[in-house]
Design a protein around this ligand. Sequence first.
Ligand code: FMN
Length: 384
Amino acid sequence: MTEITRPAVSEHLGTTSVPRPRIRRPLVLIPADRVDYLVSTAARAPSVHNTQPWQFVATDYAIELHADRSRRLRLDQGGREMLISCGAALFGLRLAIRELGYLPAVDLLPDLGRPGFLARVALGEKAPLTGLERHMLAAVPHRHTHRGPFSPDPLPAGLLAGLQQDALAECAALALIDQGSAYQQLAALAAAAGRRQALDPIARAEARRWTRKADAPARDGVPAQAFTAAIFAQPGKLAQRDFDLGRGIGLLPHGGPPPAATAVLITRGDSPADWLHAGQAMHRVLIRAASAWVFASLHTQPLEVPAVRALIRSRLALPGQAQMLMQLGRSSSTQPTARRPTSEVLVEPQRRAARMRGKAKAQGPAEVRPIAPDDCGQPAPAWE
Ligand SMILES: Cc1cc2nc3c(=O)[nH]c(=O)nc-3n(C[C@H](O)[C@H](O)[C@H](O)COP(=O)(O)O)c2cc1C
């Protein structure tokens, strides 16, 4: 089973496990005409129920990522899925910064007195975009959560190993589940969690609140084009979340060959920092896969039931906390879902400040710490 140890290589995307020298660096202005691009690329990230639970604040030298708690699911008590979603947006922001020719300099959880302030991202050193990064950027618009039929083709050779490297580079690991008894156990647990949530009024209310009929103008939530009208048990496919709830509004076809691979994304711990790492790892894996026209169905229902989550860890002998289940397969079609416009998610610094007034104790002027996290649990210390 894969261990969660970071590779001792510097990754172009900005996280690194090698201790960085303490140097003083000049701050780099973020070009005002690229802020929209940076935020809209970040906001293409996957999020639970397409809640898009994030807000961005652009200052001259950094883009801040904040959690929008008003969009947290009621069943997501500790905010784990909200922060995985925001971690995914953080990865999108880092990738978009690469397009500007800079390394992203990430200060994760920069103010522990404000837990909703998730990251401050500045422009770090200059570095040309790599070929892989260019491919990943090109995949952002067509990456999607794939709940419909996959094609029967096998995954490209070496892709899964590459995805495992991606997860490790983000302080997580991707455990591959083979089709034997481990898969059978996982499938049984996922089905049991689905049956349980089918009876849970809160889970049903949340699914109803965040699903959209085909002609709905909403720019959030899961649209009818992206889910099936009923839940069909299929060999080799983990139980899907029921977004239709007997309304018959889902438009996605079902059936087809099963996905080619099943994987569990795990982290060593289960703290907000781990959830942010999990989200970045998930998005990196999904975008790398999408660059080869490989897509994933995502399954977190079984992880929303604490007893089932614990059973998944013990039955599969996972060396960490399960954060996301996914199944991967090829498809030549894509079904992107809508996102809210930048004007809704990019909050003016003054507006944010006004909202925070009275909530948080007065902070000093924002200090940009232009550094990526240099270990897997803690935000890095400030550069001097
Ligand atoms: C933390 C998290 C949990 C998710 N859980 C599920 C799930 O249980 N079932 C599912 O079908 N999709 C799940 N998704 C996928 C979202 O529904 C999807 O990202 C969202 O609708 C936006 O669509 P897109 O990924 O196609 O852009 C999850 C995504 C995230 C980030």
